[in-house]
Design a protein. Structure first.
Length: 584
């Protein structure tokens, strides 16, 4: 990458590589070349723990070279297209076409057009059917693969579940048959059939879908013999023995989560009915306190980072959370290293926890009530004890905290205007609670998202609230807010609508994604780049009704994702859904 080009783009350090702890393998001497792709900017991708795990894990294998690709900024994309240059890896500046396997991390549905853009910038045919043995295999894993069907036309295979549990098995199969495949002795389909027999691997080209006259799925079936009809999710059984990248890559620019991320646990002990992440990481598993400390020390010694972030879906419910936080702070305090937590659930020991963290760094506290009224929280099965919460909140204010962030959802089942007003009332109480021990109220930032009834959750059968209703609810809340110490932040309603469609969609959406990409859709998760009209035009030109995918679904209906076994049966989800309806 010439200096002349780097001087023309924002944040040139996105493209130079050479970070601390980067892999320095000889590309030409390794047998298998793996392109690890993240379909968003460098700052976002390098904040993703899963990408770091796979990168380090693959480079531990002696005959594998794993190199990273990220979505270039639009300024760099324009230069690459103008100069007719291919997208390049950070490690050795190789082209995508020089790799054996291209692996995408699909963490979010609104990154789909970026996947196509990266393939296009690498001069890789977008459709799997157009790629023969002369092209790399294109695979994907991540949270969005809990419904892989909208991207079925572009990927050769999907990893369902936790990729580090299965990726080396894929590498072993590819290594065994690589020469026969590349020489033409083995067809691509024959290789894919073998790969499809690895548990957790889904090869969409080996299956077919039939639709009835109403546009609903009539049948999903395998096209060839010897492959599973149901794809079972893979997961790491023992976190203490799971691979963790202690040689922590240190970027030259600030990234979104610019710190060491320590994963306390996977899965969640709670059973919130809206939460797809619980199903993605089911079952609930914990890392031992001893292992967490060992990993923290190793990652720090290899990076020098000044912040450790404890990660998990509900870290305050980690059985030894107070002990872990106290030990980490005692261990790293003299080094000036702070410890932070994500959104936490109020518990009896939260006040003690807040005091411990505040002793080294004053940060804002983050809580996720999700709903402001008891009725809606019971429908969501969201356990949030307000008495414990306000007691813990006051103790946190006494420890020195001045700011609180709250997460709520709108568009919930049986939601009324009074439920919306409850959000404002709750935020006011949180702000005013600080005045008991200070002259000023707390600053409260309220983040509000629309509920998206995601696949594999008990709410997957309900209709997503229509776009116009979401906008009404947002306007209603804005009008009701009078407190200047409270700030409301709404997720873009059009983005929520599109996310709902793509997450609940079927195979027919591949054509829509391709059409939107050809119209210039890029970075759809970024408000300053997202153009909703391009997606509406794509749906209209293809004769598909986007709202069709958001409608209420029958319990007897075949859902696009029913062929996936995530560890929680459809019958169990339906029973839980009926409990929610009974509450209302």
């Amino acid at each position: 990458m010439s200096e002349d080009i780097l001087l023309q783009v924002r944040k040139p350090a996105r493209y130079i590589g050479r970070e601390w702890n980067i892999s320095r393998k000889d590309f030409d001497k390794t047998q298998i070349k793996f392109a690890l792709c993240f379909p968003d900017l460098y700052e976002v991708g390098m904040s993703n723990l899963g990408l770091r795990v796979i990168y380090a894990l693959l480079n531990e294998v002696s005959d594998v070279s794993c190199e990273r690709f990220f979505s270039p900024g639009l300024d760099m994309e324009n230069i690459l297209r103008r100069e007719q240059k291919d997208l390049f890896s950070l490690e050795t500046k190789r082209k995508l076409g020089e790799f054996d396997i291209i692996g995408f991390s699909l963490s979010y549905e609104l990154c789909y057009t970026n996947v196509l853009n990266m393939l296009d910038l690498g001069t890789i045919p977008l459709k799997s059917s157009l790629r023969d043995r002369s092209w790399p295999l294109v695979i994907a894993g991540g949270a969005a693969t809990l419904n892989p069907e909208p991207m079925h036309e572009f990927l050769d295979l999907f990893v369902i579940g936790e990729a580090e549990e299965v990726i080396l098995e894929i590498i072993d199969v590819y290594r065994k048959y690589r020469d026969d495949f590349k020489s033409g002795k083995m067809s691509k389909q024959d290789l894919l059939i073998i790969l499809a027999n690895i548990e957790g691997v889904y090869v969409p080209s080996l299956y077919e879908v039939e639709y009835n006259s109403q546009g609903k799925i009539a049948e999903f079936k395998a096209k060839v013999k010897g492959i599973p009809q149901t794809i079972k999710k893979r997961f790491i059984k023992d976190l203490d023995n799971a691979f963790f990248p202690v040689e922590w890559l240190v970027p030259y620019i600030e990234i979104i989560h610019d710190r060491i991320i320590l994963e306390l646990m996977r899965g969640c002990p709670n059973q919130c009915r809206f939460c797809q992440a619980r199903q993605q990481y089911y079952p609930f598993r914990k890392r031992s306190a001893r292992m967490i400390l060992n990993l923290a020390l190793a990652a720090y010694q290899n990076s020098g980072y000044e912040e450790l972030s404890l990660a998990g879906l509900s870290v305050s419910e980690y059985p030894q959370i107070e002990k872990v936080v106290r030990t980490l702070i005692d261990t790293f305090k003299e080094k000036g290293v702070s410890v932070s937590l994500p959104s936490i659930k109020p518990t009896d020991n939260l006040g003690n926890l807040s005091k411990i963290i505040a002793s080294i760094k004053k940060t804002s506290l983050t809580f996720a009530p999700e709903a402001a009224t008891d009725k809606l929280r019971r429908i969501l099965n969201k356990h949030f004890d307000t008495d414990i919460f306000f007691k813990a909140l006051e103790e946190s204010y006494l420890a020195g905290y001045q700011r609180v962030k709250l997460y709520f959802m709108i568009g919930l089942p049986y939601e009324t205007d009074s439920d919306l007003e409850g959000i404002i009332d709750f935020a006011n109480q949180v702000s005013q609670a600080r005045k008991k021990m200070s002259s000023s109220a707390a600053q409260v930032n309220v983040s509000i998202n629309a509920l998206i009834p995601k696949p594999h959750t008990p709410l997957q059968w309900i209709r997503m609230t229509p776009l116009e209703s979401i906008e009404y609810k947002q306007d209603y809340l804005k009008k009701k807010l009078k407190n200047k110490r409270i700030k409301l932040n709404f997720h873009d309603s059009n983005m929520s609508f599109l996310e709902g469609v793509l997450s609940r969609g079927d195979r027919r959406l591949s054509a829509v994604i391709l059409a939107a990409f050809k119209k210039g859709a890029r970075f759809d998760a970024w408000g300053n780049y997202f153009v909703f009209s391009k997606w509406l035009e794509a749906f209209r030109e293809l004769g598909l009704d986007a709202d069709f995918y958001l409608k209420e679904k029958s319990p007897n209906e075949i859902l696009a994702w029913d062929f996936l076994d995530v560890g929680i049966s459809k019958e169990a989800l339906l029973a839980d859904f009926n409990k929610a309806i009974a509450i209302a």
